[in-house]
Write a protein that binds this ligand. Sequence first.
Ligand SMILES: NC(=O)C1=CN([C@@H]2O[C@H](COP(=O)(O)OP(=O)(O)OC[C@H]3O[C@@H](n4cnc5c(N)ncnc54)[C@H](OP(=O)(O)O)[C@@H]3O)[C@@H](O)[C@H]2O)C=CC1
Ligand SMILES: O=C(O)C1=N[C@H](C(=O)O)C[C@H](O)C1
Length: 266
Amino acid sequence: MTIRVAIAGARGKMGQEAVHTVMKNAEMELVAVLDYKDIGATLGDTDIFPDSYDVPVFTDMEEMHDAAEPHVLVDLTSPEAVYKHTKKALELNIRPVVGTTGFSDDELKELARLSEDTGVGCIIAPNFAVGAVLMMKFAEQAAKYLPDIEIIEMHHDQKLDAPSGTAMKTAHLISSHRQTHEQGHVHEKETLEGARGANYDGMRIHSVRLPGLVAHQQVLLGGEGQLLTIRHDSFNRGSFMSGVVLSIKTVIKTEKLIYGLEHIID
Ligand SMILES: NC(=O)C1=CN([C@@H]2O[C@H](COP(=O)(O)OP(=O)(O)OC[C@H]3O[C@@H](n4cnc5c(N)ncnc54)[C@H](OP(=O)(O)O)[C@@H]3O)[C@@H](O)[C@H]2O)C=CC1
Ligand SMILES: O=C(O)C1=N[C@H](C(=O)O)C[C@H](O)C1
């Protein structure tokens, strides 16, 4: 069966890479693009893609569903749009593969419930790069032995959400093996607000935003006289594409919400 794929956010940095990836994949067909702006009738009408990319563009998901009948919606948009898109897709029986970050815990719970109720599979992957998933898993394991942890995530300066979805997911995984405890000195006091970063169960998360960066994270685990640093770098957005392809192929066989690529990689 050819998997009929739609992409939301196709004009973006990740979206462009995903468009080319799906177009090149023999097991998939890019049948539609969802945008919120009028960018022309097809992707080829934009300056970004070759004229030959005659993929229809829709601004309404229901219209897209009726006309293009996609099996999967890959969402690479913005924290503002993603919850609404994912919910709507589940209601329309389109399986979401979501790379967009910035969900609240309540939104994730609500989408998991909706996916379970409808039996429509959904994959939400805060990071599609296999190396990043390994970094998170290694940190999760190491936290059992070195529970004092600070996460430093570093991204390009166009990123809208902070902390990154990867940092949030890392903290979430680690917290399952680490007793909640405050770190640093009990009388510690910030003389400049934010100096100690965000507090997740006592773990600190620091977000760096600079031009030139793509996506990078270090997990620092401190112990008596020692420091373990687990680091991952994505130098380009090609690093995420094998995870996008795997997620599209997996979501088709899934009937519930899966949060994190670690649940689907071998
Ligand atoms: N899971 C993963 O591995 C990765 C996830 N990401 C995440 O993916 C998301 C996109 O990242 P990136 O490509 O860098 O961001 P970009 O800003 O480059 O791209 C987002 C695109 O989505 C468009 N967009 C915004 N709202 C809508 C909407 N309602 N419908 C359709 N399109 C919309 C934007 O259009 P306009 O600019 O005109 O508003 C833009 O073209 C982010 O949340 C980022 O954190 C990024 C890399 C890897
Ligand atoms: O915005 C990005 O670029 C990225 N976003 C994801 C995140 O928030 O973790 C994944 C990756 O870090 C790149």
